[in-house]
Design a protein around this ligand. Sequence first.
Ligand SMILES: [Zn+2]
Length: 284
Amino acid sequence: MVASTMLYGVQVWGPSIGQDGWKAMERPLVSMISRLIRAKASVPHDIIRAELAAPPIETEALTRAVSFVHSLWDTTRDRYTRLALESSRQLALQGDTSCWFAQMTSWFQTHGFTMDRLPPFQYSLQTPLMYLTRVEELGTKMAFYREHLLHLTTDGFVTRPTYMDTHLSHALRCAIGQLRTSSHQLEIETGRFRGVPADSRICRLCHLEPETELHYICHCTVYYEIRGRFHCLFREGFGPLSRVMSFEDQRCLGLYLLEVHTHRDTLLRRAGGRQHSRRYGSSH
Ligand SMILES: [Zn+2]
């Protein structure tokens, strides 16, 4: 993958990269995945990465560096690499801060571990290593993602969602991916940008409650008939959202999402047209 090529030799240059550097390296990877599901540019990196179960690139780099150091300690004392390690360590002990050992030590220290107590590696979205840019947005989106869509293994690893590993057309993959990454046009999302309070982002079609993902997918009365045709998806009821979104037949889910999306567009266009003629129609 892209990341493996980028991280070639990271055991050597890793310590010299700052937070901004890691983020910049990650950008091509994130934008590639974003394009795959046509996600908005504002979706936090953490969510995009989780869609592929890809750890932050710095975590990936640290994992490699740690296992490299482990393997150095495991070699016999007369091997060249082991001798190099020992001499670099001696330099560091004498106060040389520019040698490899000292740089590696300080890189590891910023992540809370030391050269002689290296961790087994585990990646979870709760890790304090996350970059917290745009806190407010990250907060609500991450909370939603975590609550309804994120699946972790029992030992804390992110599981890749099945739609990523299912053969789907581009349109179907996008329909699912956009919903999962809040890259849609539902009121709950567009209202955020207009500064409307969450409970006032009412569904413009049924006017009954805020147009959240749950309302749109499971409850809105306007899509009642469509839901009837996808009874397998709602066999166990109209919710919870996490169950519907992780339905075993992701193709069926994608087809349903595409259909409600099209229906919503049509109805809104029609409603918009009516409003338009009410406002301007009478005078002409
Ligand atoms: Zn509605």
